[in-house]
Design a protein. Structure first.
Length: 430
């Protein structure tokens, strides 16, 4: 029987090709003149977030401190071609660069630390897109979507075409691997493989700010049915102790060094997405409201199984809350953790179609904000071939990304609409 791809698959393939070419072939090269004007264009660009891990890994393998302050100029030289002078205004605006991960991150990426950085870049170029697809496949299984194989292929192509995924792949960002580990651990929970989940999930602690809320939620969930779920806690504790002991043996004072780097990082990085977009006090209010809402739904779902609708919604809402409230606003790649929210909303499309006019309108706005990036990227690619001078302007380069900061808010707002609807049903059934 001859395979005939559906129009949706062909369109998704075109979107992926167009978005990828725009990002890697037009957007990234378009940033080079600005970097060259500041003499910052002579270092590694692809895999720049992984480079500090690679440098620190080499130091640890040679029995040296991966948090030593003298490594920062070396890392800056590798990334920009020269060390930065923070007393100069132009240099002070550049994001702080040092090994800012827990030391056990090096354990996970030890095979890459012994390679040349060029070889590590090649491996990351395969590993990170694979992590994106693997994350999607895990969540498709967890949410029990009705996607056909071609539908899953469409979803995978669209996931790879999103700006958080493209940014994460270009930067060599471990957050994409963290997302895959989280999805794998939750898929193990959905299959009632509690010990396996407990073994997998500590690996996501390479990004502590992303895993901490989820970890606390899963511990509360485990304690609520200890007899059945205790193996999850046993796995978490056993692997956690193994990681901590190994870290202390490798670098006895690593926690002190890590805390110092984290403080420096926080001083030079923008605030969370909620604060960055809404301002300090409105951002705090929204963050607090989302945190309370997440706690309410997690507490109510603590007795439910990992396959239940209540558990999955509480987890999806918690991950969306984490994206808006904890990572820095420049950590666009961490927004990839909104993928389960998008897939969950897809499974609720019949409910959305029956929802209020405001709910349906917000859904259309969200879809437009997401698709705008894709279709304008394709338009820029066409302009690049027909009128290349137009695509050299900053307006054309940045226009596809103008809606990027609004997408997480729109997706989370849809989840909040569902949450408030569920809360109304609680009152009716009380």
């Amino acid at each position: 029987m001859r395979f005939r791809p559906r129009p949706a698959l062909v369109l998704a393939l075109l979107i992926w090709i167009g978005s990828t070419f725009f990002y890697f072939g037009i957007f990234i090269p378009g940033l080079r003149p600005g970097l060259a004007g500041k003499s910052l264009d002579r270092g590694y660009r692809f895999g720049n977030d992984f480079y500090p891990i690679w440098v620190a890994g080499g130091e640890l393998l040679n029995h040296r401190d991966p948090y030593a302050p003298c490594l920062t100029p070396r890392i800056e030289t590798g990334l920009y071609g020269r060390p930065l002078d923070r007393r100069v205004a132009a240099d002070a605006e550049i994001n702080y660069r040092a090994f800012s991960y827990p030391v056990f991150t090096i354990f996970l990426f030890a095979p890459l630390a012994v390679m040349s950085f060029s070889a590590a870049q090649f491996v990351l170029g395969v590993l990170l897109p694979g992590s994106v697809v693997l994350t999607l496949l895990f969540w498709v299984r967890i949410l029990e979507t009705d996607l056909t194989p071609q539908g899953t292929a469409v979803a995978a192509l669209l996931a790879l075409a999103t700006y958080p995924a493209l940014e994460g792949i270009f930067a060599g960002q471990p957050g994409l691997i963290c997302a895959a580990i989280v999805a794998g651990g939750l898929a193990a929970l959905a299959s009632e493989r509690y010990l396996l989940a407990g073994i997998l999930l500590p690996g996501a602690a390479i990004k502590p700010q992303l895993i901490l809320p989820l970890g606390l939620w899963l511990i509360v969930w485990s304690l609520s049915d200890w007899d059945r779920r205790r193996r999850l806690v046993f796995g978490l504790v056993a692997v956690g102790i193994f990681i901590l002991v190994g870290s202390l043996l490798a670098v006895p004072h690593w926690l002190e060094g890590w805390m110092r780097v984290v403080r420096e990082y926080r001083h030079t990085s923008p605030p969370s997405l909620a604060e960055f977009v809404l301002g300090l006090w409105p951002g705090w209010i929204v963050s607090l409201g989302l945190a309370v809402l997440s706690i309410v739904f997690c507490w109510r779902a603590r007795y439910e199984s990992a396959m239940s609708g209540g558990f999955t919604f509480a987890t999806v809402l918690l991950l969306a809350t984490t994206v808006l409230t904890l990572p820095s606003s420049i950590a666009v790649y961490d927004q990839f953790l909104l993928l389960p929210a998008v897939l969950w909303l897809y499974t609720q499309r019949s409910f959305i179609l029956r929802g209020s006019l405001v709910f349906r309108l917000l859904t259309l706005i969200t879809m437009a904000a997401v698709s705008w990036q894709w279709f304008w990227s394709i338009g820029v690619v066409l302009l690049h071939w027909t009128a290349p001078s137009v695509t050299r302007t900053s307006t054309a380069l940045l226009l596809p990304l103008r809606t990027e900061s609004s997408v997480p808010f729109a997706i989370t707002a849809l989840l909040c609409f569902v949450a408030f609807h569920e809360m109304k049903n609680w009152k009716k059934s009380a």
